[in-house]
Design a protein around this ligand. Structure first.
Ligand code: VG1
Ligand code: CO
Length: 545
């Protein structure tokens, strides 16, 4: 006899998903009914899942296990036929996408706040992915939010917690739960895409040294299995490979600021040839060569230009897609290849339709995210393997490959300046003022730069025609340089202002500049136009990438 409880509840007003799901501090999620309300709102906005499969897993952060117990009991009460859950509740974001696709699941719930710090007073997050394995499109997230503002009850099975640490299946009410190996399907997929023999030769050669920093987040088990067990890299190649509930107290955001241990090694004496890091949930990546940093925007362009070296992309790319603030380096490769380049709003959910429709093969964001049509999420370890595949074929250093790329296509100098923890009112006031100034900026001269256009980016999805407005204020100059302003949609405290800066340099004699120097004039223009210091009360950005 199934014991389904119907629990009365009241709406919470703050369950609007952001760029990538709902993210809040753990104590917010721990409030009675908070998580349950959101999960029931997801289920209530879906149709036709009775008897179907749900995939469930997370990045292993604090509250992951408790949340999974709750969601399992709610899925059983709502009539799912089967839940595939990663052992110990672990699935990286790209692995969850892979498992959804491979098992033709109805959808998936991913528990993650990505790179945001984890722990009892840090961040937690939840998002829903649809049957293509990708983040729910805005239409769905809006329906979930609408439902969350009206919810009155949720259903949950009244049973004891289940054991998630043993592989195998069991019944929860009438629903099957299968505890699966979190790595298998994903590792198989990776091995089907790349030239593993060559990568193995490279890694086992003894001439090439690699260092992978999993930052005590979810990719540890994946990286150990792939690099050390399957591809022959020496033990110790993966560092910080044990996922911890608080990520070891760190901030698993793979960039020059937060991945400092790795950066020190790659820029130190006797540095390895190749370094990489991934984020909390495994969808981001940072690529380093010896004494060399690859900008994510450049990484996308280099992957695209070298895609034919990888078995999965040997027949060429259908197209490339990048988020609007991402540099235009990939556009130049697309032009050369004679393929389309799409410009989407920030967030991976906007790539799904392009990938499904076969319009794009590779996608990327400036925020250390790259991916392809192999899943419907950005994929950190995929990008690392892609680079290894290129390195193994070209037998050049990371730096040589990027420098040659710049010689061929020119260099897009790029940087993002983040102002974190700004008071929300002040950040909103900055944006309001900037919007008001927009009409006066076109044609204006700032030193050597003339404003070509100024707008608030609006995107019309070429597949389903849906429109997303106000996706970032763009200031484009006649020489192709750009400044973009937008507010983050993933933070949990105050507001984060992001300022994206880009300029183009065709002359190889000028490819050696520090981006902060090359972009100095644009940085000053951004300040002049948006009065960043005055509005934020900050003298400089909190993070520069
Ligand atoms: C940020 C990035 C965006 C990325 C998103 C989710 O969003 O800028 O490119 O898709 O995080 O990535 P925002 O709204 O804070 O700028 V993850 O790895 O945090 O899931
Ligand atoms: Co992430």
């Amino acid at each position: 006899m199934m014991n389904i409880k119907t629990v009365p509840t009241q709406p919470f007003a703050d369950q609007k998903p952001g760029t990538s799901g709902l993210r809040k501090k753990v104590p917010v999620f721990q409030q009675p009914h908070y998580l349950e309300n959101f999960v029931q709102s997801i289920f209530d906005s879906l149709e036709g899942f009775q008897g179907q499969t749900l995939v469930l897993g997370g990045d292993g952060r604090y509250y992951n296990r408790q949340a999974i117990q709750i969601i399992l009991k709610m899925a059983a009460a709502s009539g799912f036929g089967r839940v595939l859950v990663g052992r110990s509740g672990i699935l990286s974001t790209p692995a969850a996408s892979c498992v959804i696709r491979k098992n033709a699941a109805f959808g998936g719930i991913i528990l993650s706040a990505s790179h945001n710090p984890a722990g009892p007073n840090e961040d937690f997050g939840i998002k829903y992915n649809i049957s293509n394995g990708g983040p729910a499109p805005e239409k769905v997230t809006e329906a979930i939010f609408a439902r969350s503002t009206a919810i009155a009850t949720y259903k949950i099975l009244d049973v004891a917690d289940v054991d998630l640490d043993k592989l195998g299946s069991f019944k929860l009410g009438e629903m099957n739960v299968e505890v699966i190996d979190a790595v298998n399907d994903y590792a198989q997929l990776m091995e089907s895409l790349f030239d593993c023999d060559r990568i193995r030769e490279l890694l086992a050669s003894g001439h090439f040294r690699m260092c992978m920093d999993s930052m005590h987040a979810v990719t540890g088990p994946y990286a150990h299995r792939l690099f050390e067990q399957r591809l022959g890299a020496p033990l110790g190649t993966v560092q910080n490979g044990e996922p911890l509930e608080d990520f070891g107290g760190g901030h698993p955001d793979p960039n020059l600021v937060y991945a400092h241990d790795l950066v020190e090694r790659l820029f130190g004496d006797n540095a390895p040839d190749f370094g990489a890091a991934s984020d909390g949930d495994g969808d981001r990546n940072m690529i380093l060569g010896r004494h060399f940093f690859v900008t994510p925007s450049d990484s996308l362009a280099v992957l695209a230009a070298n895609a034919k070296l990888v078995p999965a992309y040997r027949d060429g790319l259908a197209g490339i897609a990048r988020s609007m603030p991402t540099s235009q380096a990939a556009d130049r490769v697309a032009a050369q290849l004679g393929i389309d380049c799409y410009e989407t709003p920030t967030g991976w959910k906007f790539f799904g339709n392009l990938l499904d429709a076969g319009k794009a093969t590779l996608c990327g964001e400036e925020s250390f995210g790259t991916g392809s049509n192999h899943v419907r999420e950005k994929d950190g370890l995929w990008a690392v393997l892609f680079w290894l595949n290129i390195l193994s074929v070209r037998q050049q250093s990371v730096e040589q490959i990027v420098r040659e790329h710049w010689q061929t296509y020119g260099r897009n100098y790029y940087s993002r300046h983040d102002y974190e923890g700004v008071e929300s009112d002040r950040a909103n006031a900055l944006v309001t003022d900037l919007r008001a100034a927009m009409p006066t900026l076109k044609g204006k001269q700032f030193g050597g730069y003339q404003v070509d256009y100024c707008d608030d980016f609006s995107y019309t999805d070429p597949v389903d025609g849906s429109v997303s407005q106000k996706q970032g204020i763009r200031l484009g100059f006649t020489d192709g340089s750009r400044i973009v302003f937008r507010l983050s949609g993933t933070g949990t405290q105050g507001a984060t202002l992001r300022v994206y800066l880009e300029s183009y340099e065709s002359n190889p004699a000028h490819h050696n500049r520090d981006p902060q120097v090359a972009l100095r004039d644009l940085i000053a223009i951004a300040e002049q136009v948006a009065q960043i210091r005055q509005f934020t009360g900050m003298e400089q950005p909190t993070v520069i990438t």
